[in-house]
Write a protein that binds this ligand. Structure first.
Ligand SMILES: NC(=O)c1ccc[n+]([C@@H]2O[C@H](COP(=O)([O-])OP(=O)(O)OC[C@H]3O[C@@H](n4cnc5c(N)ncnc54)[C@H](OP(=O)(O)O)[C@@H]3O)[C@@H](O)[C@H]2O)c1
Length: 285
């Protein structure tokens, strides 16, 4: 497929999977509109010196006021380059944090829901006319397994919802032949991993002792398991290659998966929920 003359909008490109995708797709010839939240993120991408990698900032999915400016800037760039609409939106931005649901910081959770769900819907509403023009596609970065992992629900509750949104859109957008694709990543070695441990440390200190004490042993056990898994995390460039495949394939699949443990997680998803829950309860001990 010819990538020149086609543009892709990717959210959350200051680090991790988003940054890897932005650089890889731009190197492959796409014009990449890479959103970041601040000037530093934009300057950092500029340093790559890739002409068709265009940082867009500030863009925070939780701030509705940022969207009209982004829409105007991206549309302007597309017109300036004489392109036929926007070929793809890649919904990548997200954070997430570790916490028992009982102790969850609700502001942080609301922020995550905005970032992973409401924000991407607003983005879609703003850019779908452009995607229609380009006969393009929508990509969602998510995790492969719809599984209840303890203390991880700020991430996986969003993944459940993303799964629903992507599959529903894949049906709603049939009249315009716009594929909606999930690139489901296993454990990837990104900046997000270190951030979640730091946040956990801060969060733990802020929880009332009588409550944090209820969970400390189980949390410690989980963190130990995650740290073993951390050694084996895949490079985010693997995710970038898969996103490229999803964008370049003439007949894209609705799901791709990549990265450490993505196969095992996808397998768990194939099991009846009651059986998967049984396995996960046994794992939790
Ligand atoms: N790492 C994994 O193992 C893994 C596995 C499966 C799926 N995923 C998914 O992949 C995506 C990227 O994760 P990552 O591991 O690459 O994390 P990361 O390195 O922390 O990157 C997250 C990106 O999202 C941006 N972001 C966060 N909140 C935002 C908001 N409200 N508005 C706009 N941008 C925002 C961050 O910007 P700032 O730098 O400004 O914070 C950053 O650019 C997430 O959706 C995550 O759930 C990750």
């Amino acid at each position: 497929m010819k990538t020149g003359g086609k543009s892709v909008l990717i959210t959350g490109c200051s680090s991790g999977i988003g940054r890897a995708c932005a650089i890889f797709l731009a190197e492959k010839g796409f014009t990449v509109f890479a959103t970041v939240r601040n000037e530093t993120g934009a300057a950092d991408l500029k340093k790559e010196g890739i002409e068709n990698l265009v940082p867009m900032h500030p863009f925070d999915l939780t701030i509705p006021g940022h969207l009209p400016r982004l829409a105007e800037a991206v549309t302007g760039e597309i017109e300036k380059r004489g392109q036929e609409g926007l070929y793809a939106i890649v919904n990548n931005a997200g954070g997430g944090f570790i916490s028992p649901i009982e102790l969850m910081d609700l502001d942080k959770f609301r922020n995550e829901l905005e970032t992973r769900l409401t924000g991407p819907i607003a983005l879609l509403q703003a850019f779908l006319p452009q995607v229609r023009k380009a006969r393009g596609r929508i990509v969602w970065i998510a995790t492969p397994g719809l599984i209840p992992l303890p203390f991880d629900s700020s991430i996986h509750a969003c993944d459940f919802a993303v799964n629903n949104l992507a599959r529903t859109l894949n049906i709603e957008l049939i009249p315009w032949k716009i594929p909606v694709i999930m690139v489901r990543c296993g454990a990837m070695k990104t900046e997000g991993v270190g951030r979640t441990y730091r946040d956990l440390e801060t969060g733990f200190k802020a929880w009332p002792v009588e409550k944090s004490g209820l969970y400390s042993k189980k949390l410690e056990e989980e963190v130990k398991k995650w740290k073993i898994l951390d050694e084996k995390r895949s490079d985010p460039s693997e995710a970038a290659k898969m996103v490229f495949r999803a964008l370049a394939s003439e007949k894209p699949k609705s799901r791709y998966r990549t990265g450490y443990m993505s196969g095992a997680a996808a397998f768990l998803e194939l099991l009846p929920q009651t059986f998967a829950d049984f396995i996960l309860k046994r794992r939790a001990g």
